[in-house]
Design a protein around this ligand. Structure first.
Ligand code: FES
Length: 95
């Protein structure tokens, strides 16, 4: 299976993960500072900033787009519970 590397800038940790992993799953394990609520793409608590490798994440769903807009998210913000890592290197930090 394809591998990807995700870096959590707030705690300076890089983890190798299988493609298809959601950011929330890793972030929780390593203790990064991204906070969560519903885990279903609804509450907007898990908004994070993608500082690198934006193109290696799945496209936001219609629901995610709506929640991002409602929370006035910037263009490099994503929901950690929705964004799946496809490959390559990405870097994220709490928004
Ligand atoms: S945890 Fe609620 S939108 Fe991600």
């Amino acid at each position: 299976m394809a591998k990807a590397n995700v870096t959590f800038e707030d705690i300076n940790i890089t983890v190798s993960v299988p493609a298809g992993t959601r950011v929330i799953e890793v972030s929780e394990k390593v203790g990064a500072g991204i906070t969560y609520g519903c885990r279903e793409g609804d509450c907007g608590t898990c908004i994070m900033k993608v500082t690198d490798g934006w193109q290696h994440l799945t496209e936001p769903s219609v629901l995610e787009d709506k929640v991002l807009r409602e929370n006035m998210a910037g263009k490099h913000n994503r929901l950690a519970c929705q964004a799946q890592i496809l490959g390559g290197n990405i870097s994220v930090k709490p928004a």
